[in-house]
Ligand binder design. Structure first.
Ligand SMILES: Cc1cc2nc3c(=O)[nH]c(=O)nc-3n(C[C@H](O)[C@H](O)[C@H](O)COP(=O)(O)OP(=O)(O)OC[C@H]3O[C@@H](n4cnc5c(N)ncnc54)[C@H](O)[C@@H]3O)c2cc1C
Length: 475
């Protein structure tokens, strides 16, 4: 690859670089494509697009551009490709592993103004959207049709960013991750060629599955401009459960038993006692500060859900739960779950001025208890908070610290290292949902062995100049 990229020194040298990829003549040409007001070299816009929601060091792009159509994206990419300018697609910048940080400077292409819902085909349970549509807005609109797109990362992410990161969330345990909903994509390749992949058929065995290739590619293979998503009917009835345990072991063992009992929770979340304590402070609540499970079930009838609730309660009692609160209906669900959505923010508020390192790893469900217990021990002396999408074996450990305090931060990074390595030892993955970005690159050889070389060949075949989101995914 011939790219003029600096990503090898990115993590060592924190300074913001002066760019050297884009000339005044380039800016004028870009302005001809999209108009003056949609190209910015202003400091505030460059700063806004220099970081995501993670602790990873910011890097200023030289220019930010806001296209409105696939055609504009193609024209811009053709130009920057010829000039070998690094280009980083940008959704809403809510990533947690440095995924959209322009590690080599160059251009950030912000897709947020491509935010039109193109067509809702309710009879097919499908929607076509531009990449910059925010999924919460999409679900609001789809609600009018009795439909929804289930993956729910919590943050105000765009559909393009969710596809590029293969995002998932609390409902993935029942409905699947973003990759399970992508039927068709329009993608602009690194030299500017536009391709359409997939179809409107709900199933297909026609050729290589390129939708899966681009889903989770983190902007390293091209820019996704349009997406067709499969949708699901909104559930008729909701049941929610919040239950606490005296030990982490009892709580996580319950996860395994519920999952293996034939019940099908729509969400199954674990929060340790420190997360609950943080939530109590942040939201002035009085939840029992013990290892806690939040569960949600979807069904057709109240009677059916009542019956399921009986089974769930039996399992929780069998694991010595110290409290069990449940309710049927959306309002009850929202009340019981109020605390869950603010978990990350509550943890961040425990130590203002410090940064969070967020560990995201996933293991087969049978190893979840062991991983959580291992993580607890590994982070005993740190400001660590454990929670996650337990039903998928997905753990998050948020460790608060000061990246400038080298001694403390190296302990935090060491904890990250050992927990991820343990997940890999348990035949899991270094990232359940946040993607590789910058932070997980070093684990890729161990997780993927010689198949990483195949990924690299694909990258080189599609992006021989290495201009698409350089410094990500590959070590
Ligand atoms: C409080 C909080 C909670 C979160 N919880 C979850 C969670 O439960 N599950 C989860 O999966 N994630 C979670 N996240 C992470 C994040 O929200 C998701 O990864 C989300 O998918 C990122 O979307 P975005 O639009 O912000 O994309 P960005 O962060 O802007 O970009 C993500 C990646 O996609 C690339 N990209 C963006 N748009 C395109 C495009 N159109 N074409 C090609 N590449 C593109 C970028 O270059 C980057 O590599 C959370 C984040 C926060 C802040």
């Amino acid at each position: 690859m011939r790219s003029k990229c600096y990503f090898d020194t990115f993590e060592d040298k924190g300074e913001i670089m002066k760019g050297d990829f884009i000339s005044q003549a380039d800016i004028e040409h870009l302005q001809e494509i999209v108009g003056e007001e949609r190209v910015s070299q202003g400091t505030s816009q460059r700063e806004l697009h220099s970081h995501d929601e993670s602790f990873h060091l910011p890097r200023l792009p030289e220019v930010v551009i806001w296209p409105h159509s696939t055609e504009e994206v193609s024209k811009i990419i053709k130009w920057v490709h010829k000039k070998e300018v690094p280009i980083t697609p940008w959704g809403a910048g809510t990533s947690l592993e440095g995924n959209p940080i322009p590690a080599s400077g160059g251009m950030v292409m912000d897709l947020q103004e491509m935010n039109r819902i193109l067509e809702i085909r309710e009879e097919d349970l499908q929607v076509d959207v531009q990449a910059g549509v925010v999924y919460k807005e999409l679900n609001k609109t789809l609600g009018n049709y009795g439909l929804f797109f289930p993956p729910d990362p919590g943050a105000a992410a765009t559909i393009g960013g969710m596809v590029a990161n293969n995002a998932s969330g609390v409902r993935t345990v029942k409905y699947g991750a973003t990759k399970d909903f992508v039927l068709k994509l329009v993608v602009v390749l690194p030299a500017g060629e536009v391709i359409t992949i997939g179809s409107h058929s709900a199933k297909s065995s026609s050729g290589y599955d390129l939708c899966r290739l681009f889903t989770g590619s983190e902007g390293t293979l091209g820019v996704i401009t349009e997406v067709t998503l499969r949708l699901v009917g909104l559930p008729e009835r909701f049941m929610a459960v919040r239950t606490t345990f005296n030990t982490t072991h009892d709580a996580t063992a319950t996860v395994f038993q519920v999952m293996s009992s034939g019940l099908s929770p729509a969400a199954m979340e674990f929060l340790d006692e420190k997360v609950i304590e943080a939530i109590n402070h942040y939201k002035s609540m009085e939840l029992e500060e013990k290892p806690t499970l939040f569960m949600e079930f979807h069904g057709f009838s109240e009677a059916g859900l009542q019956e399921e609730m009986g089974f769930v309660e039996d399992i929780c009692q069998g694991n010595r739960c110290s409290s069990f609160a449940s309710g049927i209906g959306l309002d009850e669900r929202n009340t019981l779950w109020e605390a869950r959505y603010d978990a990350f923010e509550a943890v961040k508020r425990t130590a203002t001025g410090l940064s969070p390192l967020i560990i995201d790893a996933s293991v087969p469900i049978s190893r979840y208890t062991a991983l959580v217990e291992f993580a607890k021990e590994a982070t005993e002396k740190l400001r660590a908070y454990i929670f996650g999408h337990a039903g998928n074996g997905n753990i998050h450990v948020v460790i608060m610290g000061d990246p400038q305090d080298q001694k403390e931060w190296s302990q935090i990074e060491e904890a990250n290292e050992v927990i991820v390595l343990k997940a890999l030892e348990f035949e899991g993955t270094c990232t359940g949902e946040h993607g590789v970005g910058i932070g997980k690159r070093r684990f890729m050889p161990l997780e993927h062995g010689n198949s990483l070389a195949v990924m690299l060949k694909i990258k080189e075949a599609l992006d021989p100049k290495g201009t698409m989101n350089p410094g990500k995914v590959f070590p």
